[in-house]
Design a protein around this ligand. Structure first.
Ligand code: SF4
Ligand code: SF4
Length: 130
């Protein structure tokens, strides 16, 4: 029985998505540089399901500086900037619970579909939202 299943596997397509490349590149940085130049193609990720909680999006024009989001955040992601009464978020600490989104009275915060957040530097500009 198990041999039959193993043999059948030889003729079935993999269920996993070969993301971001079909084969492991020798250098990921080099591969991404080639993608930017249009010399290599990125295998797209599978679509995220409805209700997915990805990287936070902040509309600073809507923000009224009430600081409710700071109060509910369990991971101390959000800092208040008194000089302009706006916030700064360190996404590297975020647990993506979306409590800040729920509590914001003016809908200045939202979750996005963006999950490509890996970085070598937790203070990278791509991981700071303000
Ligand atoms: S999603 Fe959760 S952890 Fe992330 S900033 Fe909002 S409240 Fe904090
Ligand atoms: S809860 Fe909304 S309005 Fe209040 S500080 Fe946070 S983002 Fe700004």
């Amino acid at each position: 029985m198990i041999l039959k299943a193993l043999f059948a596997q030889l003729f079935t397509r993999p269920v996993t998505n070969r993301f971001p490349a079909k084969y492991m590149p020798r250098s990921v940085t080099g591969f991404l540089a080639k993608v930017a130049e249009g010399k290599a193609k990125l295998t797209p990720p599978v679509p995220v399901p409805p209700g997915f909680r990805g990287k936070l999006v902040y509309d600073r024009e809507k923000c009224i500086g009430c600081q409710l989001c700071l109060r509910v955040c369990p991971a101390q992601v959000i800092m208040f900037k008194p000089e302009d009464k706006k916030i700064r978020m360190h996404i590297a600490r975020c647990t993506f619970c979306a409590q800040c989104v729920d509590v914001c009275p003016v809908d200045a915060l939202a979750v996005s579909d963006d999950f490509l957040l890996a970085d070598y530097d937790r203070f990278s500009p791509s991981l700071i939202v303000e």
